[in-house]
Design a protein around this ligand. Structure first.
Ligand SMILES: Nc1ncnc2c1ncn2[C@@H]1O[C@H](COP(=O)(O)OP(=O)(O)O)[C@@H](O)[C@H]1O
Ligand SMILES: N[C@@H](CCC(=O)OP(=O)(O)O)C(=O)O
Length: 365
């Protein structure tokens, strides 16, 4: 175990806790686990760290209050259990945080709130005000509104969006496992992978489709979210939420889980653009050579007209445009430096100004 550093590594972290950490095997709330989590967050606050908690568990809390008939419509069941359970969950958090002299706040979000610029800024401003007042925001998906295509894959995705929104230095995903294992979770020989380079595709093979009993996203979602956050400069951990002192350990340099190593020197704007795919005003299709250049982890590459094959839609300077490869798959997006007419006239030409500058460009994967 590494020596715990005296000063914490981070000043601002987002902690996400999954259903299986907050509930017992029978699906009811695990008060001991919740209390221990709040104690650890209170310890982070004592270390001077701003903390936002993204907490699942509303459905589990509702299940303990209103056992609905199994044949209830799945969507309605989730809405009813979550809307009843969220009240109970926040009641518990309020009391446990108050025991430490801390206030917590409730923030419910939908995917649309990260697309709509006004919603985004309202939510961000509220988070910053709450953190300034030493309040712990407790965030969850608004399950009443978020149904089917409006849903996040799970709260891992919501946590990644919140971390980028507030420019957090670290995202800590607490799960029912010790970290990303180098083999099947149910095999004794499987070991925690201590550090992952998100740019290295070799780790994908360790991710199995299995999920914990009440988890929604599974490790695939966690792996994707953690890799994306690390690529935009957010140190991202996957660790066991039931491990005593897991949070103080991580922020003081004693990581018991898996660290997705963050990319250095990523600007706040690049974080923003990475999570703001939004609805593009236009698209460009690029050739294989341009795709290879943009995907190269070792080069700083802007999107040059020489690699563009086609310009679609009408966009103005400053609009977000999607970047498609030859198979018309979205490989990234960015801010156009000039409008679609100039872009069209430059297609395939050398020596022309970049359509999307590297600083305003995000490439997936
Ligand atoms: N390589 C792996 N390492 C660890 N867990 C894995 C791996 N591949 C698949 N899993 C599964 O991912 C699950 C954790 O994801 P999930 O079910 O979403 O939990 P949570 O409730 O924390 O969101 C583990 O319970 C495990 O079954
Ligand atoms: N809004 C839901 C979140 C569901 C969810 O994302 O669960 P998990 O995959 O365990 O983090 C709830 O509170 O139950």
């Amino acid at each position: 175990m590494t020596e715990r550093s005296k000063d914490p590594l981070y000043n601002c972290v987002v902690v996400k806790v999954g259903t299986n950490v907050l509930t017992r095997p029978d699906g009811l709330l695990d008060m001991t686990s919740i209390s221990g989590l709040v104690d650890q967050i209170a310890e982070l606050k004592r270390l001077g760290i701003s903390v936002i908690l993204v907490s699942s568990g509303a459905v589990g809390a509702g299940r303990s209050l209103l056992p609905l008939k199994e044949q209830t419509n799945k969507v309605v069941r989730r809405q009813v259990l979550s809307s009843i359970g969220q009240v109970r969950l926040m009641e518990i958090y309020r009391q446990f945080f108050l025991n430490h002299g801390l206030f917590c706040a409730q923030v419910l979000a939908t995917k649309e709130d990260f697309r709509d610029r006004r919603h985004y800024l309202n939510m961000k401003n509220c988070f910053l005000a709450l953190l300034r007042d030493q309040v712990v925001p407790v965030v969850n998906e608004n399950d009443v509104i978020s149904v089917t295509e409006l849903m996040f894959t799970d709260n891992d995705e919501l946590a990644g969006l919140v971390a980028a929104m507030i420019n957090a230095e670290a995202l800590i995903i607490l799960s029912s496992v010790d970290g990303v294992l180098d083999g099947p979770p149910d095999e004794a020989a499987s070991r925690v992978i201590p550090e992952i380079d998100p740019a290295d595709p070799k780790w994908e093979k360790f991710i199995l489709p299995s999920r914990s009993s009440f988890g929604r996203g599974g490790m695939h979602t966690k792996f994707r979210i953690a890799g994306k956050a690390a690529k935009v400069g957010i140190a991202t951990y996957i660790a066991n939420g039931r491990r005593a002192d897991v949070l103080p350990g991580i922020v003081q340099g004693e990581n018991s889980g898996t660290l997705f190593r963050p990319k250095e020197g990523v600007s706040g704007f690049k974080k923003w653009i990475a999570y703001n795919e939004s609805t593009p005003k236009g698209k460009v299709r690029i050739n294989a050579g341009a795709e290879e250049a943009l995907r190269s982890p070792d080069r700083v590459t802007s999107l040059l007209p020489v690699g563009i094959e086609a310009v679609m839609g009408t966009f103005e300077k400053g609009d977000i445009i999607h970047i498609l490869n030859e198979k018309e798959e979205i490989i990234g997006w960015g801010i156009a430096q000039y409008d679609y007419e100039k872009a069209r006239s430059n297609v395939g030409k050398k020596g022309k100004k970049a359509l999307v500058h590297y600083d305003y460009l995000y490439i997936e994967g």
